[in-house]
Design a protein around this ligand. Structure first.
Ligand code: URA
Length: 247
């Protein structure tokens, strides 16, 4: 993502990217395991500019450097993994390279999907970007494919669009949401806010029950059909711009 940032010491940068302590980095340098454009790096605490050139040129143990700070990951979240320790089960982070769990700043999910929800999940270590994406001011639409236990009644789209639906134990009505039926028991729902279990509770409020929930898109960014459940890819700046583009 990043093209060029202020110079930092290599050992500090790599330690924050999860490659080990500064001592571990010094050892890697002594072993000749870190190269820049094919040449051994000799100074663990030498200054480098984190940017595209470093990303392309630095190798550790013959492997390309992990994404520099400022990374955004697009994950096809499968059912059964969780976004937070509050739910039991393996975390989404278990689907990503192990070293990324030691990054500082940490990689965080952009909002959450329930354990039983699949689909598009973004993760980033860029706190400002994360906040821009989840801010109500951004008003990003998130579109889900919803599968239901019972047939639709035909009133759902109008009720969700009215902006008056009040969920149990809440004090403010939901913002208008957009629903389009696709079959007798399924449809596409676009939400412009992110309340707890929102889609499931919206249908529960109408006496139905969500049996399948899959996020198709965030803003103008769609989950590519080529990305199978459990797989991830890095999102470049054009991909991030799509999130903020009108769907
Ligand atoms: N609404 C839900 O009920 N669950 C999700 O994971 C996302 C939206």
């Amino acid at each position: 993502m990043s093209s060029k940032n202020a110079a930092v010491r290599l050992n500090k940068l790599l330690a924050h990217m999860g490659y080990g302590s500064r001592r571990d980095i010094a050892r890697l340098v002594e072993l000749g395991a870190i190269t820049l454009n094919g040449i051994d790096v000799t100074q663990a605490d030498g200054k480098v500019e984190p940017g595209d050139e470093l990303q392309a040129g630095l190798e550790i143990d013959g492997e390309p450097l992990d994404p520099l700070p400022g990374m955004v990951v697009m994950l096809h979240k499968p059912v059964g993994v969780t976004c937070s320790h509050k739910e039991a089960g393996p975390l989404v982070f278990s689907l990503l390279p192990e070293r990324w769990r030691r990054r500082d700043p940490a990689l965080s999910s952009v909002g959450r999907l329930d354990k039983d929800t699949s689909g598009l999940l973004l993760l980033t270590d860029d706190g400002a970007l994360l906040h821009r994406m989840i801010s109500p001011r951004a008003g990003l639409g998130k579109t889900y494919h919803v599968t239901l236990a019972r047939p639709l009644e035909g009133r759902e789209a109008a009720i969700f669009a009215a902006g008056t639906l009040m969920l149990d134990s809440e004090t403010t009505p939901l913002k208008p949401a957009h629903f389009v039926a696709e079959s007798a028991q399924s449809g596409r729902l676009t939400l412009y806010e992110g309340r707890y279990h929102q889609a499931r509770r919206m249908f529960a409020a109408l006496g139905n029950h969500v049996t399948g929930l899959h996020r198709l898109s965030m803003g103008g960014l769609e989950l590519p059909a080529s990305l199978p459940a459990g797989a991830w890819q890095l999102l470049d700046s054009a991909g991030v711009a799509r999130v903020f583009a009108k769907a």
